[in-house]
Design a protein around this ligand. Structure first.
Ligand code: B1M
Length: 211
């Protein structure tokens, strides 16, 4: 029987010590790595978010769930990543200033890398100037990928896109944006080149933007 429901339960309940073994067992049983990620771990984070919103759990429980998911993704990583790193050029990625969420951003980075880009990951809480400096210092960067998970950091995303445009970098890079509160409409409004709703479509779009 598939281990995916157990994986979802382990992420939801923050079973940090169990997750690596469960993911490995699922892989050994030939569960599809994408199903383990989407139906197991990402779905569980949705439940965690809903419980947080309903005041059933609080920030510490969200943190443990996040830690559990990260450990699980590390086991999955070699099964998701490809082997043609760098053939499409470089992508600078980060979560915008004021925002500490990095699981989605890390998945986008992983998928983009597996699609054949070299990824420069600036981490979380990244000031707009840091994106600008990094692109100026790396002529091979073709895409700036910016993630925002909070409605309160949508403004940071807007400022980051503006800083990239004001620095004259639109000739060098395409700007991709995403994250739960972001929409195509918002992306258009702030002048981004592309919005995608998830990590898989971000990788497909990145390749299309440079082809
Ligand atoms: Co936070 N948090 N959190 N949190 N957290 C949310 C986002 C929230 C929706 C929970 C809720 O209320 N239901 C809510 C935001 C509400 C809002 O703004 N509308 C929220 C809140 C309120 C907060 C705090 C303010 C809580 C507090 O302190 N009172 C605080 C803010 C801290 C800060 O950033 N300054 C906070 C803190 C945290 C933790 C640190 C505890 C932890 C993050 C740990 C970490 O990331 N290392 C955390 C977590 C875990 C969550 C939830 C539960 C899960 C996020 C996650 O990892 N999802 C989240 C609820 C939820 O998402 N349902 C929640 C799984 C991940 C795979 O999905 O990140 O959406 P996601 O990424 C997707 C897509 O969005 C997309 O692709 C990804 C994969 O397919 N995507 C892109 C993301 N970036 C992209 C970029 C692209 C393209 C696609 O192109 C460049």
């Amino acid at each position: 029987m598939s281990k995916i429901p157990e994986i979802a339960a382990a992420v939801e309940n923050g079973k940090v010590k169990l997750i690596e073994g469960l993911v490995q067992e699922a892989l050994d049983a030939k569960d599809d790595p994408n199903d383990i990620l989407n139906d197991g771990m990402i779905a569980a984070m949705g439940v965690v978010g809903a419980k947080f919103q309903a005041n059933e759990i609080f920030v510490p429980e969200m943190l443990v769930a996040a830690k559990t998911m990260k450990k699980g993704v590390e086991i999955l990583r070699p099964h998701l990543a490809g082997d043609s790193v760098g053939k499409h050029g470089q992508v600078v990625i980060g979560t915008v200033s004021g925002d500490l969420h990095d699981i989605g951003k890390n998945l986008v980075a992983l998928m983009i890398e597996s699609a054949g880009f070299e990824v420069i990951d600036l981490g979380v809480d990244v000031p707009a100037e840091k994106f600008v400096e990094t692109i100026k210092a790396n002529a091979g960067v073709k895409i700036a990928a910016c993630s925002a998970l909070l409605t309160t950091t949508m403004d940071s995303l807007k400022n980051t896109v503006k800083a990239l445009i004001d620095a004259g970098l639109k000739n060098q890079v395409k700007i991709m944006v995403g994250g739960a509160p972001i929409t195509q409409e918002f992306a258009d409004e702030i002048g981004a080149d592309a919005y995608t709703p998830d990590a898989g479509s971000a990788a497909v779009k990145a390749v299309a933007l440079v082809s």
